[in-house]
Ligand binder design. Structure first.
Ligand code: TYM
Length: 331
């Protein structure tokens, strides 16, 4: 069985972009692949966090993994810090990453370009830790949204570099980026990615938004004056984004079918239909989320997940340290 691994940072609340671009693919893949889904709590502290808020977000993140349909009997679900090999291999990967490579990473460059100050060393070296996350498990595939492609490509380069230097250590993973929904845009500014750091709180639909909040955000989504539901991301980015959302929530329904259904109808009708689809999905997720919070399934899931992941990760770390010559091998 091929292995798949991915993670989400519990920085703020999970949103519809996380669900459509990543989480739904974890769920779809858990029958066909050996799925490892973790909560990237080392990655999230690369930017300042409020401790109380972070703790809540961590619980919510696990609860939402489960509420979206990840099944702990099929997938290995764990917290990154429960498997210390992530930080250990992360450091080793960092020592094998060139500054030039880190300088090319667009996420860090974007933050710098926006004039953000006091950026941390952890944020800069984050892609090396992400490589460790993936390589520890010899993952064949990494399902991610479009914004993570560059990081998975760096992971491949690092795996190849270390394999050449030390012998066959790592499987070279492949990013899996879906054709539809890999970059859901902000509803209030369709030139920007939907993101947890949305200051206006109008462009991002959180998985725990109330129906009223979510509906309002969809109904006030920025569109255009062409009055034609047509998939043209360049000239009609707002409508194209809503079409991506609708298509993704309707099992990747072809855009042509959506265009036909709404031909000659106004944007109001179309937005209402998108809002219905979004609210139905949120209702389904939130119903399960509340049941999960009331049970002890989070604790048992994380305990079992860490035990299973830990065995694989420590064996890989030991192999790497030995290959590098970092361990005293008994005579
Ligand atoms: P994070 O937490 O920013 O995002 C989690 C996943 O959601 C996807 N995503 C989106 N997809 C579509 N539209 C959007 N607007 C959108 N916003 C986010 C992301 O592409 C991602 O797949 N570095 C990762 C976490 C990570 C990881 C890993 C992932 C750490 N180690 C190892 C895979 C493998 C991150 O920050 O994702």
């Amino acid at each position: 069985m091929k292995r798949m691994l991915s993670g989400i940072k519990p920085t703020g609340q999970l949103h519809l972009g996380n669900y459509i671009g990543a989480l739904r693919h974890f769920v779809e893949s858990q029958d066909e692949f050996e799925m490892f889904a973790f909560i990237a709590n080392l990655h999230c502290i690369t930017v300042p966090q409020d401790p109380a808020e972070l703790q809540k977000n961590l619980r919510d993140c696990v609860a939402l993994y489960l509420a979206c349909g990840l099944d702990p009997k099929k997938a290995t679900i764990f917290l990154q810090t429960d498997v210390p090999a992530h930080a250990q291999l992360g450091y080793i990967m960092c020592c094998h990453t060139y500054l030039g490579e880190l300088n090319r990473m667009t996420q860090f460059k974007d933050k710098q370009a926006h004039g953000e100050t006091n950026l941390s060393g952890g944020l800069y070296t984050y892609p090396s830790l992400m490589a460790a996350d993936i390589l520890l498990y010899d993952a064949d595939y990494v399902p991610v949204g479009d914004d993570q492609k560059q990081h998975v490509e760096l992971t491949r380069d690092l795996a190849i570099r270390m394999n050449n230097r030390y012998g066959d250590l790592f499987k070279v993973p492949e990013p899996l980026i879906a054709k539809t929904g890999a970059r859901i845009m902000s509803l209030s500014d369709p030139s920007k990615k939907m993101s947890k750091s949305d200051e206006t709180n109008k462009g991002c639909i959180y998985l725990l938004d109330t129906e009223k909040q979510a509906r309002k955000k969809v109904m006030s989504a920025v569109t255009d004056s062409l009055a034609n539901v047509h998939f043209d991301p360049e000239n009609q980015p707002g409508i194209a984004n809503l079409m991506q959302i609708m298509s993704s929530l309707q099992n990747d329904r072809p855009f042509g079918e959506i265009e036909q259904e709404f031909a000659g109808r106004g944007y109001g009708d179309f937005k209402r239909a998108v809002a219905d689809e979004v609210c139905a999905k949120l209702n389904e997720i939130q119903g399960r989320y509340n049941e999960i919070l009331a049970s002890d399934v989070i604790e048992t899931t994380l305990k079992d997940g860490a035990a299973k992941a830990g065995v694989i990760a420590s064996a890989k770390l030991a192999k790497v340290q030995k290959a590098i010559g970092m361990e005293i091998v008994s005579k």
